[in-house]
Ligand binder design. Structure first.
Ligand SMILES: [Zn+2]
Length: 204
């Protein structure tokens, strides 16, 4: 699993080469480096924490600034997306949340917060992922329809399996990193849905 600081270097390189575009109201301007966000610890599987200072970028056209989270992080979450994903998957498989918490070594309240948020929006996430599958994959196969968290995670797995054929850039990402990237780190953010994806450049 790549360290967060390695992923940050990738973000930095993308930022400096001008491939990151502004999404504000179809602006399309180019982002450049603009100071940093607040430094914070990010905890991985097994409990090891890494200190991360996310990059802040400014749009050359409209002047909006944005904190660029690497795709191993979700907004407002202290744990790597793989840890959160492991919890969602275990719970979707029917494990009680107290046991999920013990299994992945994360405090109960934290796990309960993730699961509540995800369960409440699971059907919306599923429709959102189905829309992306349609927009980003040629002749997609659809996973068997299922409601709730398991259904949403099934579509995520389908997208993860099929998307690299047309978008090789995502081939090295885990399903959770893909979810983080496509939702602009907003999979568990208070507001849903995340900003609209530009279907001609969904992964920059
Ligand atoms: Zn802009």
């Amino acid at each position: 699993m790549p360290t967060v600081s390695h992923v940050m270097q990738v973000v930095e390189a993308q930022l400096r080469s001008g491939v990151l575009k502004c999404l504000a109201g179809g602006c399309g301007g180019t982002f450049s480096p603009w100071w940093y966000g607040v430094e914070r610890p990010v905890v991985g599987l097994g409990g090891a924490a890494e200190l991360v200072r996310p990059r802040r970028a400014i749009c050359g056209s409209c002047g909006v600034t944005r904190v660029l989270l690497p795709d191993v992080m979700l907004r407002r979450r202290q744990y790597r997306v793989e840890v959160i994903g492991a919890a969602l998957l275990l719970a979707a498989g029917g494990m009680a949340w107290t046991r999920v918490a013990a299994e992945i070594g994360v405090p109960f309240e934290t796990v309960r917060g993730w699961l509540r948020r995800f369960t409440r929006r699971a059907d919306l996430v599923r429709s959102w992922l189905l829309g992306l599958l349609d927009a980003l994959v040629d002749d997609p196969w659809l996973p068997a329809g299922q409601a709730g968290p398991a259904g949403a995670l099934g579509v995520l797995a389908g997208l993860h399996a099929q998307m690299p054929a047309r978008w090789p850039l995502v081939a090295g990402l885990s399903p959770w990193q893909l979810a983080a990237r496509l939702s602009r780190a907003g999979l568990l953010a208070p507001a849903w849905p995340p900003p609209v994806i530009n279907a001609s450049a969904p992964v920059t």
